[in-house]
Design a binder for this molecule. Structure first.
Ligand SMILES: NC(=O)c1ccc[n+]([C@@H]2O[C@H](COP(=O)([O-])OP(=O)(O)OC[C@H]3O[C@@H](n4cnc5c(N)ncnc54)[C@H](O)[C@@H]3O)[C@@H](O)[C@H]2O)c1
Length: 362
């Protein structure tokens, strides 16, 4: 392996605490600088990592040491930060969703093309052993031709635990745009791109109450649908039924199941890297040992995979996949509001599979 890729992080909130240890651990990445609207938050976040500079966003994106900008801001700021990084000639890898709207995401991809830089995007959880082992099982023909899948995420809402949950109820948030990227990216990884969708959605409350932290008890406005359901018609003909809710309280449904002509698979939580994959057979459900994916991965492994992807090749956690996923989610909401099925005009390749290997080899 050559020199590590130098990473500059913009946005040092809740999720940055999961990225920093991964960047620290993986030999392909080196954290050189961070920035946040709140410089004290940035300073505090990198206290365990001596030698990391705290800069302004403008300083960070133009810093000649920074090879790739890791954009961990809230969804409403993803586009602004990505465009700043691209304008400075830097590759950019954003947290999900790629942007708050598909129109904004398109602007980011166009700017990156023109500047000949690359765009990557979370989630990278689907590169872990959970989704990758399930994908290998499908590719190896264990369940025959896939016919259908179900994807279910039901929670009362992140305001119970997140100290600043406003963004979950603003454009770019809601259960679909927040959690949907894990599920739809996993479904596209397993079953390929989506050709059309039909959706339905509801919103139970106009306000939510923050449940923890210094703002506990404060009311925040809800401007997005909080229960979204629908069907994704994959180009392969397989049908995925999706339920994403911040309005329910609990579920015992599998996060994802895939049903084929010969058998069925239970796929673990796509918000996690690992977990049990179960396959149905004559003797009931059996655990499949991990057979593909990055082992013991953490958030940031997709950035390392992105950084090590040869020039001219689309990264696994790449802009084309993230754009297609956002396009599908937006179409689902649009269909929910019009009651009409929507044809998806974007598409993407299924990302290449990850063979079983330590995440240090990403
Ligand atoms: N919190 C989680 O568990 C979690 C999990 C997975 C993914 N994510 C994703 O990570 C992203 C960030 O989420 P979070 O929970 O860390 O949010 P957060 O609000 O805790 O942190 C976001 C940080 O970005 C900074 N910021 C916002 N706009 C900025 C700008 N224009 N310039 C510089 N800094 C700016 C804020 O000051 C804040 O410190 C979101 O896209 C979210 O979907 C979060």
């Amino acid at each position: 392996m050559g020199q590590p890729v130098n990473v500059g992080v913009v946005g040092c909130g809740a999720i940055s605490a999961q990225y920093f240890p991964t960047i620290d651990r993986l030999p392909g990445l080196r954290l050189v600088a961070v920035a946040d609207l709140d410089p004290d938050r940035a300073r505090e976040a990198v206290r365990p990592y001596p030698g990391v500079d705290v800069l302004t966003v403008a300083e960070l994106v133009t810093d000649p040491r920074v090879d790739v900008v890791l954009n961990l801001t809230i969804p409403a700021a993803h586009t602004e930060i990505a465009l700043q990084a691209i304008a400075a000639g830097k590759d950019v890898y954003s947290e999900k969703p790629l942007a708050a709207t598909a129109e904004e995401a398109e602007r980011v991809l166009r700017a990156a093309d023109a500047a000949r830089v690359r765009v990557g995007c979370a989630p990278d959880t689907v590169l872990g052993t959970g989704t990758q082992t399930a994908r290998k099982a499908i590719d190896d023909g264990l369940i025959g031709t896939p016919i259908a899948a179900t994807a279910t995420m039901i929670t009362p809402g992140h305001e119970r635990w997140h100290p600043n949950p406003d963004f979950y109820y603003l454009p770019g948030g809601g259960p679909l745009l927040d959690m949907g990227p894990y599920y739809v990216t996993s479904l596209v990884t397993l079953l390929g791109p989506v050709a059309s969708v039909i959706g339905a959605a509801s919103r139970t409350r106009s306000k939510r109450v923050i449940g923890s932290g210094p703002r506990q008890g404060e009311e925040i406005p809800v401007t997005v649908d909080t229960h979204v359901t629908g069907v994704l018609v994959h180009a392969s003909g397989a049908l995925s039924t999706l339920v994403m809710s911040f309005d329910g309280t609990a579920t015992r449904a599998s996060n994802i199941e895939v049903h084929g002509e010969k058998g069925s698979l239970v796929v673990p939580d796509p918000n996690h890297f690992d977990g049990s994959v179960l396959v149905s057979g004559a003797d009931g459900w059996q655990d499949l040992p991990a057979s593909a994916g990055y082992v013991e991965a953490g958030r940031g492994v997709g950035l390392a995979d992105f950084a090590s992807t040869p020039a001219g090749q689309e990264p696994r956690a790449g802009g084309a996949l993230a754009f297609h996923v956002l396009d599908v989610m937006e179409a689902l909401l649009s269909s929910a509001h019009t009651g009409v099925a929507v044809t998806i005009t974007s598409t993407c390749e299924r990302p290449p599979p990850v063979y079983l290997r330590p995440s240090e080899e990403a």
